[in-house]
Design a protein around this ligand. Sequence first.
Ligand code: PCP
Length: 399
Amino acid sequence: MTKMRRFYIATEDEIKHGETTDVYFQRTIKVLKSKGLNKVRVVAEVTSGKLPKNWKWGILCGIEEEAHLLEGYPVNVYAMPEGSVFYHESHNGVREPVMVIEGPYAAFAHLETAILGLICQASGVATAAARIKKAAGEKPVYAFGIRRMHPAIAPMIDRAAYIGGFDGVSGVLGAKLIGVKPVGTMPHALIIVFGDQVKAWKAFDEVMPPEVPRIALVDTYYDEKIESIMAAEALKEKLFAVRLDTPKSRRGNFAEIIREVRWELNVRGYKHVKIMISGGLNEETVRALSEAGADAFGVGTSVSNAPTVDFAMDIVEVEGKPKAKRGKMSGRKQVWRCPNCLIDIILPAGEKGAKCPKCNEEMKPMLKPLIINGKIVAKLPSAQEIRSYVLEQLSKIQD
Ligand code: PCP
């Protein structure tokens, strides 16, 4: 009788031992073992299908977890550094491997489901976050979306959004695991329990430690313009920002509402008060409402529920000989990237590097050793370091 568990989630050990696998991989291992083929060495590469929403590029996320999943198995793993921009296909039309696993197939076949799951979802979240961060430019964007997903993966979602370039995350555990302070404002519930906006804002100001920015939620009972003026008059110079989380039924022309709030705050001398918006935001609305004067964004669903990236793992070499299924190019490969243009050329492994077809710059190899003989050999960077790497690439990438 399976032990009762409170939440339908896999434990770390169950993931590590491949218990979340699709059963046909267990059957494959059984067949290979019974026919003495369990020592056959292969090279398998992970590539992505066409990216969702016609995205031209993606942000690779989940490689640290891949290292912890595959550590201890008799394999060598080569991967692009976490946070790397990746493409469906390179400039020379070859499907782009983001990770390569080499070893006895039967030794890691039961991990394929988890191997793909770890990067399919996280890379979707990180890419959606990166696109929204690009749309917001220098303005801060915060991840408010873990409430839309199973709490077991809340830290993963917060980490992926942060790595994608978001400036902060609302999740307490997610923030702790990536080593940042959680960010947030106040929920409508606080104001409804007080039954009075001004009392609630003042209580928040009274109780919260100084490092918590005073951001007043200004759409609970009255028009945003009125409540913004009330909040500014209640907290004066202590008010850092107002948050507009206007319900859809009242949203009308949200850009116009933001401009009006900005005007009314300015004519009353509250130019220091910033305007933060949240609720139903995505890449297009963040870009448009930033132009309307919004200073900061709380984004939930469009990032936490981002489409997954369709990564697949395919054998491309058996016992050193190129072998692949239809639709895939056989043989081990290396991805060469121009550090300026982020253009990729893919060549068979062992072939000398290329020059950038656009700027003639020396191209650099992207697939680097992550695990050798089951040991993690790569330095696993912090979420902050990966985020900086992503922002540096976003400054170069054309959409
Ligand atoms: C939600 C909460 C989240 C926002 C919306 C995420 O507001 O503030 O930050 O929204 P999204 O998923 O549409 O992007 P409410 O549900 O009004 O919750 P609360 O009163 O707790 O702020």
